[in-house]
Ligand binder design. Structure first.
Ligand SMILES: NC(=O)C1=CN([C@@H]2O[C@H](COP(=O)(O)OP(=O)(O)OC[C@H]3O[C@@H](n4cnc5c(N)ncnc54)[C@H](O)[C@@H]3O)[C@@H](O)[C@H]2O)C=CC1
Ligand SMILES: O=C(O)C1=N[C@H](C(=O)O)C[C@H](O)C1
Length: 248
């Protein structure tokens, strides 16, 4: 049995994760912590893996504590840029044997969407991303959209693709979305939605749209459990659940 602690246990994703960990045959929920609780409870409970679904502004402190205490971490919380990843790599070098997974999205379909988008990226002159979420989401653009844009941009750079065509010279601020690594990302917040994304590609006479929809937060749980089961054998930093999936 893998002993699991959940941070952000009272939140939307944390509560769903507690249920999934309790229901799985090979995991045991030993701690459920939320804002104001002592992280020491994790060591007292013997947690081997922590799942973090908290907030971008607190996740780095949580991870510093987990790494220092040799507890593996599976992280769904958003807000990771290159600077934060570099900080984690340094902390993990000082604590070899401990693993941290940063997963911008735990849904298997969303991971595939990102991989398919990376595959398509070299073939199209134009690409834009639309992410659509519930209105209680605190960050924009979504971590998934950022990651997708970075993956697509990396492929375009490698393929020496030219700039994305766009004749806009006058625009209301925000009308063309955010620029993530040269890719336009648009955010929609709408009651009734959970988590959705479209990656739109275009070239002469054709378009390709890759769309993924999470209708319920249960869609993330297979990926969370995969992360929990895998992270103990993956010391250091892993970014993206695809590294634990057989995607050859
Ligand atoms: N990677 C993925 O597949 C997914 C990632 N997310 C991300 O996970 C994060 C949480 O999302 P939700 O559950 O929707 O948010 P939420 O707001 O429902 O839950 C966050 C919880 O964290 C708690 N919290 C705040 N500070 C804390 C601290 N210092 N220690 C422990 N708990 C603390 C809050 O009290 C709250 O209960 C967001 O960054 C979101 O974007 C959400 C869905 C899927
Ligand atoms: O806040 C959410 O809900 C989600 N957050 C993650 C993100 O920002 O990409 C994953 C998913 O989109 C749901």
């Amino acid at each position: 049995m893998i002993k699991v602690g959940v941070l952000g246990a009272k939140g939307k994703m944390g509560a769903q994760t507690c249920l999934a960990v309790e229901e799985a045959a090979d995991t045991e929920l030993v701690a459920r912590l939320d804002q104001g609780d002592e992280l020491d409870e994790l060591t007292r409970a013997g947690a081997e893996v922590v799942v973090d679904f908290t907030r971008p502004e607190v996740v780095m402190d949580n991870l510093a504590w987990c790494i220092a205490h040799g507890i593996h971490a599976v992280v769904g919380t958003t807000g990771f840029d290159e600077e934060r990843l570099a900080t984690l790599r340094t902390q993990l070098e000082a604590n070899p044997g401990t693993g941290v997974l940063i997963a911008p999205n735990f849904s298997i379909g969303a991971v595939l969407m990102m991989q398919f988008a990376a595959q398509a990226a070299r073939y199209y002159e134009s690409v834009e991303i639309i992410e659509l979420h519930h209105p209680d989401k605190v960050d924009a653009p979504s971590g998934t959209a950022r990651r997708t844009a970075e993956l697509v941009a990396a492929v375009r750079r490698e393929a020496e693709a030219g700039p994305i065509p766009d004749a806009t010279t006058t625009a209301l601020e925000g009308a063309r979305g955010a620029d993530v690594d040269g890719i336009r990302v648009h955010g929609v917040r709408l009651r009734g939605l959970v988590a959705h994304q479209e990656v739109l590609f275009g070239d002469e006479g054709e378009t390709l749209t890759i769309r993924h929809d999470s209708m319920h937060r249960t869609s993330f749980m297979a990926g969370v459990l995969l992360g929990v089961r895998s992270i103990g054998t993956a010391p250091g930093l892993t970014v993206g659940l695809e590294h634990f999936m057989d995607l050859s």
